[in-house]
Design a binder for this molecule. Structure first.
Ligand code: SAM
Length: 280
């Protein structure tokens, strides 16, 4: 027994089911169930909440979520070898765990969930940023989830929570900061995982804002931010030149100097620029 539940320790589960970690699937498992319970707690009270977990693997975080009282967990796992191990957890928590076998990038996950929904995952690093971008980027806002509590490489976590002027500030920080409150809630050394990755990791919690922080059209904002940061060393009058012939006037109207670089422009002024670009 493991301490947080009556199921066997994860090392036993892994050896019994032959779950040797595969690099191609970004498999770095957390075997310390006290740590997985702590990550679950970092997401707040789960008792009235459905939780979406991407990449449960052998189920360490899944067990943390259930032990911490999550109303219902929907776990989507791409590696079919993990499914029998997850079914043992489902049997120990009748009616509270739904296992989906497949690729989180391809499945429509929201249809399996009842609100309010929190997304809590130790994500595979190779798909983490892609999933985060999708969750932050729907045309309609608010989205189906109320908060995201996700593991990233520390460098990526810093890019999510950065402010204008920080060296990590870029597209991800604008996208996250426009529609959520994002903060790093925990840092983890490589030894917290089996096998240990080369880099440090961090858990980021992003709590959605009911309306974006400043008004702007989502597509226009995304376009202008992408262009600005694609050539981050260039002045904005150069990197945005292709958008409008009078881009310098529009930058000035948004409170931005045409000689500024994207990395110094805060979210409020990017939104002001997006609104200027919507004008005829
Ligand atoms: N949650 C477990 C833990 O904390 O120990 C495992 C985390 S491991 C970093 C990432 C997991 O995501 C692996 O189990 C891997 O098989 C799974 N995975 C990788 N790509 C996936 C995808 N596209 N969709 C769903 N699961 C995926």
């Amino acid at each position: 027994m493991s301490g947080i539940d009556n199921l066997p320790p994860l090392r036993d589960v892994i050896s019994r089911h032959g779950l040797s970690a595969r690099k191609s699937l970004g498999q770095n498992f957390i075997l310390d169930l006290n740590l997985t319970a702590k990550i679950a707690r970092a997401a707040g009270d789960l008792t009235e909440t459905d939780v979406l977990e991407v990449g449960p693997g052998p189920g360490g975080l899944t067990r943390g979520l259930l032990a911490e009282g999550a109303r219902h967990v929907v776990a989507v796992e791409k590696d079919p070898r993990c499914i029998p191990a997850l079914e043992e957890i489902a049997a120990a928590y009748p009616g509270r765990l739904t296992i989906l076998s497949g690729d989180a990038l391809e499945l429509d996950l929201s249809k399996h969930l009842t609100g309010p929904v929190r997304i809590i995952s130790n994500l595979p690093y190779n798909v983490g940023t892609e999933l985060l971008t999708r969750w932050l980027d729907p045309i309609d806002w608010p989205p189906f989830w109320t908060s995201l509590t996700l593991m990233f490489q520390l460098e990526v976590a810093k890019r999510i929570v950065a402010s204008a002027g920080d060296k990590h500030y870029g597209r991800l920080a604008v996208l996250a900061g426009w529609r959520t409150d994002a903060r790093i809630v925990m840092e983890l050394p490589p030894e917290a995982f089996t096998p240990a990755p080369k880099v440090h990791s961090a858990v980021v919690t992003l709590t959605r804002l009911e309306t974006p922080r400043y008004p702007a059209d989502a597509r226009t904002l995304k376009d202008v931010v992408a262009r600005g940061f694609n050539q981050r060393r260039k002045m904005l009058r150069a990197s945005l030149k292709g958008l409008r012939p009078d881009i310098e006037d529009r930058l000035i109207a948004a409170g931005i100097k045409p000689t500024d670089r994207a990395e110094t422009v805060d979210i409020e002024r990017f939104c002001a620029l997006a609104r200027e670009l919507e004008k005829p």
